[in-house]
Design a protein around this ligand. Structure first.
Ligand SMILES: C[S@@+](CC[C@H](N)C(=O)[O-])C[C@H]1O[C@@H](n2cnc3c(N)ncnc32)[C@H](O)[C@@H]1O
Length: 177
């Protein structure tokens, strides 16, 4: 993979980045499913965004990514430049308010921000995930207690089938039926 990813892995814990195995998993998943339009909530310094947008790039896709912290937003901008990524739109703001209205339909959404607002993200996005698309949620095992109400909400929803994977800090894949 790109040297920039190796470089960012040295400071991974300071920026709460996904682990490299999760990055590689999401890269393969996006390509295998032929996803084209993705939304990430929680850019941090851009580590996961590089994995996601590189996977999308190979199939002419685009990533939208939201970050509320000004300095991390700027660091991500620099890292995306270093990685020569063009298929990305960075949004500076606080989700859920900053969730873009367009494009309306998404192939996937990746939730990796503050753990208390996931239900709001889900309520806004559940009808905007294409059939066959996914909501991918990070920290499902590491933050099980805080995320319990969210996990239950998604599991009860008949339009989604969810599986929890013991990879990185725990990923929930919620497949739109
Ligand atoms: C766990 S880190 C994201 C790590 C990143 N996805 C990666 O793996 O490289 C969470 C980031 O989400 C941002 N954040 C938290 N709540 C947010 C919100 N409601 N809207 C936008 N950004 C948020 C934080 O500032 C932080 O930089």
């Amino acid at each position: 993979m790109l040297p920039i990813l190796k470089e960012l892995e040295k400071s991974r814990e300071n920026f709460w980045n996904i682990t490299p195995d999760v990055g590689a998993f999401l890269f393969t998943l996006i390509k295998e499913r032929n996803y084209k339009i993705g939304l990430e909530i929680g850019t941090s310094n851009g580590y996961s965004g590089i994995w996601l947008s590189k996977a999308l790039e190979e199939q002419g896709g685009h990533l939208y990514t939201i970050e509320s912290h000004a300095q991390r937003f700027q660091m991500a901008e620099e890292n995306f430049k270093k990685a020569k990524i063009k298929n990305i739109t960075q949004i500076k703001g606080h989700a859920p308010e900053a969730i873009p209205k367009k494009p309306k339909m998404l192939d996937f959404a990746f939730f990796d921000a503050t753990k208390y607002e996931h239900i709001k993200y889900f309520e806004i996005l559940e009808s905007r995930i294409k059939k066959g698309g996914m909501i991918i949620t990070d920290n499902i095992i590491s933050h099980k207690e805080q995320l319990e109400p969210y996990i239950k909400t998604v599991q009860k929803n008949k339009n989604f089938h969810s599986e929890i994977l013991n990879i990185g800090t725990g990923l929930m894949l919620s497949y739109r039926l």
